[in-house]
Design a protein. Structure first.
Ligand code: RIB
Ligand code: CA
Length: 334
């Protein structure tokens, strides 16, 4: 049995977040401790409902799901129905959740779990960083109490996907992202035990393009009637139609599962330590991740930014792990 990494996924479940949840559920080297939900692709309450439905589809209705921040710290809410569909899961329809949401809020769950298992749990944020920013306000020692932190977010040399210079997760709440990056920078500067967050931006996540041929491999593995295959087919059809309109190819950037895969296996990416801050007031650039590649600010690196990824191995592993989960769930009551 491989060593299992305890992880908490902070999600704005949308389509690629759902693939990250399925990837984690299908990973023997992960202990899925909990999921915390935030606004982003859809409203936070819808993201939480989607997360419950996906985890129950995966046979992991036992995983605690907590509702987090429904509003930004200082700005108006914006969601992405054009990308993920009005309810966040594209064309897919799933049975209503049977379980209940956690009585704990997302930020409170993150703080409590980190305090109860100091140095053990890795938090992976796959949406706006609002929950983590609020958790940091409640527990400033979080960078030390967490065993690690990874995020899907930012565009460090790449163009943005929301404005020319901004990536969606950071764009949604620049103030939260700035607070998180600065907190980890300050903690790492005074405590060598605090590792820099692993940041997967569009630079690498847009190398992971899920194509119809990948879905075909999954279908061959688990069968077209398999509930997880049916879900993926319906959700990804919407997502691929979006990419065809906006990016000119019929496929899908699967950002979030790549962040989970790289957290579980750092050999999938090559990283460079760099100081990154977040623009919060620029008319044209609010939400931009400003990476000091040439060390002009004199500030110490605060992120390990992924600059290359083995996308082929990641995609093979995505199909293998979700395919294995689907086969294991074949014929079982949903
Ligand atoms: O920019 C991509 C990110 O924004 C992904 O996490 C996607 O789910 C959306 O939240
Ligand atoms: Ca997401």
């Amino acid at each position: 049995m491989p060593q299992r990494t305890p992880i908490i996924l902070d999600v704005d479940t949308g389509i690629d977040d759902s693939l990250a949840l399925l990837y984690a559920a299908g990973s023997e080297d992960a202990e899925l401790v909990a999921a915390t939900c935030v606004f982003g692709n859809t409203e936070a309450a819808t993201a939480a409902r989607n997360t419950q439905m996906i985890l129950e589809l995966a046979g992991r209705g036992d995983v605690e799901v907590a509702l987090g921040c429904e509003q930004l710290l200082h700005r108006p809410l914006r969601t992405a129905p054009e990308t993920h569909g009005p309810l966040g899961l594209g064309h897919a329809e799933l049975p209503a959740p049977r379980g209940s949401l956690s009585p704990r809020s997302g930020p409170d769950l993150i703080v409590a779990e980190a305090r109860s298992r100091p140095g053990e749990i890795t938090l992976i944020t796959l949406g706006p960083l609002t929950n983590l920013a609020v958790a940091l306000e409640r527990e400033p020692d979080l960078p030390r109490l967490l065993g690690g932190y990874a995020l899907m977010g930012g565009a460090y040399r790449a163009s943005g996907n929301t404005t020319p210079t901004t990536e969606w997760n950071i764009h949604c709440d620049p103030d939260a992202a700035r607070a998180v990056f600065r907190a980890w920078g300050a903690a790492a500067a005074t405590n060598p035990a605090v590792s820099r967050p692993l940041a997967l931006g569009l630079d690498v996540t847009e190398q992971g393009i899920f194509l119809p041929s990948h879905l075909e491999r999954l279908t061959v593995r688990a069968g077209a009637a398999n509930p997880i295959v049916r879900y993926m087919t319906d959700a990804l059809r919407f997502y691929m139609e979006f990419h065809e309109r906006y990016d000119g190819f019929y496929g899908a950037f699967v950002h979030d599962p790549m962040a989970v895969a790289a957290t579980l296996d750092r050999t999938l990416v090559r990283t460079e330590a760099v100081h990154v801050d977040v623009e919060t007031s620029g008319d044209l650039t609010a939400g931009m991740t400003v990476a000091d590649w040439r060390h002009l600010t004199g500030q110490a690196p605060n992120l390990d930014v992924a600059v290359e990824a083995d996308a082929s191995t990641f995609l093979d592993r995505l199909i293998d792990r979700i395919g294995g989960l689907a086969v294991a769930r074949s014929g079982m009551a949903l």
